[in-house]
Design a protein around this ligand. Structure first.
Ligand SMILES: *Cc1c(COP(=O)(O)O)cnc(C)c1O
Length: 364
């Protein structure tokens, strides 16, 4: 039956495409999960089947990312956006200031939330260059509660390939929502990192948080339970009903990443995909212009412009007719954006790049 299903060339920014193999497995297990006669979304989150599933998802993630034993893995709700508030609530002691690097929309939103709850110091803000690079210079507070940054700005298409270096003793915190598990990552450099699943590793509804245990000492005693990392960690993400289906899907994606050669294999695949489209942009004689400076070009979200907004509109519309979906840039930045997360195939990029050449010939 699957051969007759027409799948889109899915360049959506999030929620985004998932591997076909993963979707087919979810479909095949939807009515009867491992002989239980129930779906994974119809059973107790306290059942032994569910517990085995969530434990395996975590174990596979730990293996793939080589997560050290002194880190907790949490599956939470509220999206990455709730983390903007939970990070300062849990990890910035009362009265202390936290450092933030602002490289685009998402780190800016994190600052705005953190500011509502206490002092923030902006270590860099790349607004003047319309968020097209990672910062070269940081104004760092050696006494900051932590240094926060976003490793991939999904809307501007700017990625850090080297994490910022925090002053000695200042914990590093990262929103890695849109490049999580797209390449190897040295978890031991971070005190906390988190990612919403719906870009690279699953459907919306679950956020993965990876927290170094000593940071739990900072968590104040009086937080509402659902906003408390200590509760989430102590209860192994099962304080209340977790987003069962989303966690299950993340587990399937972990198995798929393993089959793809782990994070090194995924990175090689993602690099090849990104090179294909950036080369097309660079070889277009200026017809296509990349937004991000070459050193900071995201391998996940490729942002680019055409000579006019009208052409950008036409491009997105004609592409859509050819089943290429999601190419219009975010409303706050404009232009075009191809999100090419883990599940996007090289063949999808080949179709897109072929179309880019044709479009230029017709309109250039
Ligand atoms: C998508 C995204 C968010 C917001 O995620 P929600 O789950 O919608 O709250 C935050 N940060 C980054 C980097 C993102 O890509």
């Amino acid at each position: 039956m699957s051969e007759t299903i027409k799948r889109a060339h899915n360049f959506n920014a999030g929620p985004a495409g998932l591997p076909l193999e993963v979707m087919l497995q979810a479909q095949s297990e939807l009515l009867d999960y491992k002989g239980t006669g129930m779906s994974i979304i119809e059973m107790s989150h306290r059942s032994k089947e569910f517990e085995a599933m969530i434990n395996e998802a975590e174990a596979d993630m730990r293996e793939l990312l080589n997560i050290p034993a002194n880190y907790k893995v949490m599956f939470m709700q509220g999206g990455a956006s709730l983390q903007f508030a939970m990070v300062p609530m849990n990890l910035r002691p009362a009265g202390a200031s936290a450092d933030y690097i602002v490289t685009g929309v998402w780190s800016k939103k994190a600052v705005q939330e953190a500011q509502k709850l206490g002092p923030v110091h902006v270590a860099a803000d790349l607004k003047a260059s319309n968020y097209n690079a990672a910062p070269e210079n940081l104004d760092l507070d050696p006494n900051a509660a932590y240094l926060y940054y976003c490793s991939n700005e999904t809307i501007h298409g700017v990625e850090f390939f080297q994490e910022p270096v925090a002053p000695a003793g200042v914990p590093l915190i990262c929103d890695t929502s849109s490049d999580f598990m797209s390449r190897p990552l040295d978890v031991s450099k971070y005190a906390y990192l988190y990612a919403g699943a719906q870009k690279n590793v699953g459907p919306a509804g679950v956020v993965i948080g990876i927290l170094r245990e000593d940071m739990l000492e900072r968590v104040p005693a009086n937080l509402p339970v659902m906003l408390d990392y200590k509760v989430q960690a102590d209860e192994k993400s099962l304080y209340n009903t977790p987003p069962c289906f989303s966690i299950y899907m993340v587990g399937l994606v972990m198995k798929w990443i393993k089959k793809m050669g782990g994070l090194a294999g995924i990175e090689a695949r993602n690099t090849a995909k990104a090179n294909l489209i950036y080369n097309a942009i660079d070889n277009s004689g200026g017809f296509y212009k990349g937004h991000a400076q070459p050193a900071a070009r995201s391998r996940m979200n490729v942002t680019f412009r055409l000579p006019s907004e009208e052409l950008e509109d036409t491009f997105a519309k004609e592409a859509k007719k050819l089943n290429m979906i999601g190419l219009k840039g975010h409303r706050s930045v404009g232009g075009l954006r191809a999100s090419i997360y883990n599940a996007v195939e090289l063949s999808d990029l080949e179709v897109l790049v072929g179309f880019m050449k044709e479009f230029q010939q017709k309109n250039g």
